[in-house]
Design a protein around this ligand. Structure first.
Ligand SMILES: Cc1cc2nc3c(=O)[nH]c(=O)nc-3n(C[C@H](O)[C@H](O)[C@H](O)COP(=O)(O)OP(=O)(O)OC[C@H]3O[C@@H](n4cnc5c(N)ncnc54)[C@H](O)[C@@H]3O)c2cc1C
Length: 467
């Protein structure tokens, strides 16, 4: 039986980052993954494949709608979904192989099979042929991630009633698609197919889409997506979705309690994800799980058993790859005796629509509800020279700061490459910068980043130069 300092169960961004950091710190490390490829949800059926398809569909959209204006004449382009999916699969393969390379480079032992606790220091690994072996470890990190969630009446059959996983590998471009859930995953995958010509109808229980983000972002994104042809059924409670063979029929109750029926080729169920802890044998180790199925952890990400840790989607907090990575690093350093720290307030959130939406810190609604005295500044993307040059004129940047101290409390933006732009705000907030600090920093011209500076000017003293 092999003995380790640390065993990681699950090879997603939480697990593989934890394993690499443990190995860097001189700990003898093993990682267990039940699938044949490493990388978890993020690399196989999440962040990477969705962005590959978003990029392909965005190129197609530009070819159809924007090339002529730029003076590029082409014959009417045709979308080849088979090639798009193949390219996406190639991107996934290369990225997953990269993780295998990193495991070898860092001398981490990789075990393929389902990991389950025999006791607090022993994990059994069972492969797909039923063969099992046991390893012992001083510490174990549970990084088993999450699975798509659904509510009664909308159970995915994975044929016409699909989850994000199937939506990433469709063999045809649907004429019509229903999307249950106006959150990040539903809007990103809805965008992929919407750009390829699919009629998208979003059914959302809340009164707004991306309901956890700043209200102004949701308002602007709704406007942008409606222009692209999205239809929204807000405040609709789904009752049932039925596969009729060649179509799906969805019934929902609108806010007046009236029944609404919608029909399409496919229905994507994107109502969030749930922690995945099946078959882990927690009862053998004494690991406690909350009512909502999450592994319970303290501030050091220790479970109810001190030498067993849990990170990423399987514990409380945002279900995001970069949050999982931060927690992976945290636990590795904690086990090695260091004093790491995570600032959960500064984990940025992104929606990869076009333009992208990105956000960090508190929303205006949260701050007002808490009674905070704030100043709010904003700047429209269309007022930038860079935006007019590229014809990407939609969106805005909003900076919220403390009325008295000027400290930045939240930055929200819908802009081209907002996912990258938001990092200026994250760095500024990590160093507790004021809006005035951003104003005093020279921003290159012409760039989208000038909108951040202009919004900060608007927040400090309504002194934006270009508005
Ligand atoms: C369509 C989609 C798009 C997304 N886009 C983004 C994005 O753009 N940005 C972002 O930050 N986040 C995104 N996410 C979320 C992101 O994928 C997750 O937050 C992230 O993968 C969580 O990482 P993790 O390490 O906690 O778990 P996971 O990535 O889920 O990995 C867990 C791994 O554990 C394995 N496992 C489970 N149980 C066992 C067991 N008993 N034994 C062995 N192995 C086991 C699983 O097979 C899996 O490989 C997206 C998700 C989806 C579905």
């Amino acid at each position: 039986m092999s003995n380790y300092d640390v065993t990681v169960i699950g090879s997603g961004p939480g697990g593989y980052v934890a394993a690499i950091r443990c190995a860097q710190l001189g700990l003898k490390t093993a990682i267990i993954e039940k699938y044949n490829t490493l990388g978890g949800t993020c690399l196989n059926v999440g962040c990477i494949p969705s962005k590959a398809l978003l990029d392909s569909s965005e190129h197609f959209h530009n070819a159809v709608h924007n090339f002529a204006e730029h003076g590029i004449k082409i014959n009417a382009p045709k979308a080849d979904i088979t090639q798009m999916i193949k390219r996406k699969n190639d991107v996934v393969d290369q990225t997953c192989n990269g993780i295998k390379f990193l495991m070898d480079k860092n001398k981490i032992d990789v075990f393929t099979g389902v990991g389950s606790f025999v006791n607090a220091t022993t994990v059994k690994i069972t492969d797909d042929k039923g063969k099992s072996q046991e390893i012992t470890s001083k510490n174990t990190i549970i990084a088993t991630g999450s699975k798509p969630n659904f509510f009664p009446g909308m159970e995915p059959d994975k044929k016409r009633i699909i989850t994000s996983t199937e939506a990433l590998s469709l063999k045809e471009i649907p004429k019509r698609m229903l999307v249950i859930g106006g959150g990040v995953i539903g809007l990103e995958l809805g965008s992929v197919y919407g750009r390829l010509g699919t009629e998208i109808e979003v059914v959302e229980f809340a009164p707004t889409i991306i309901p956890t983000m700043d209200g102004s972002m949701s308002k602007e994104l709704t406007r942008v997506l409606k222009k692209e042809g999205f239809k929204f059924h807000l405040e609709h409670k789904v009752q049932s979705v039925v596969n009729k063979g060649k179509s799906v029929v969805l019934t929902a109750l609108n806010k007046k309690g009236q029944e609404v029926t919608l029909e399409a080729d496919y229905c994507l169920v994107a109502v969030g994800r749930k922690p995945y802890t099946e078959g882990l044998g927690f009862e053998n180790a004494g690991v406690k799980v909350s009512d909502r199925g999450m592994v319970e952890v303290n501030d050091h990400l220790q479970t109810s058993v001190p030498n067993i840790f849990a990170i990423g989607d399987v514990v409380r907090g945002a279900m995001l790859a970069h949050k999982a990575e931060e927690e992976g690093t945290y636990v590795a350093e904690f086990i090695a005796g260091q004093k790491p720290h995570i600032n959960y307030n500064l984990i940025p959130g992104v929606v990869y629509t076009w333009p992208e939406v990105a956000s960090v810190g508190k929303t205006e609604e949260e701050l007002k509800a808490a009674g905070a005295k704030i100043k709010v500044g904003s700047f429209p993307i269309k007022a930038l020279g860079r935006a007019r040059a590229s014809m990407d004129i939609q969106g805005l940047v909003k900076v919220i700061c403390d009325e008295e101290t000027d400290e930045i409390l939240g930055v929200h933006m819908i802009a081209p490459r907002a996912a990258d732009l938001i990092m200026e705000a994250v760095v500024a907030m990590e160093y507790r910068a004021s809006a005035e600090d951003i104003v005093r920093i020279c921003h290159p011209h012409p760039t989208y980043s000038e909108a951040v500076k202009e919004a900060a000017m608007d927040a400090t003293a309504k002194r934006s130069i270009h508005m």
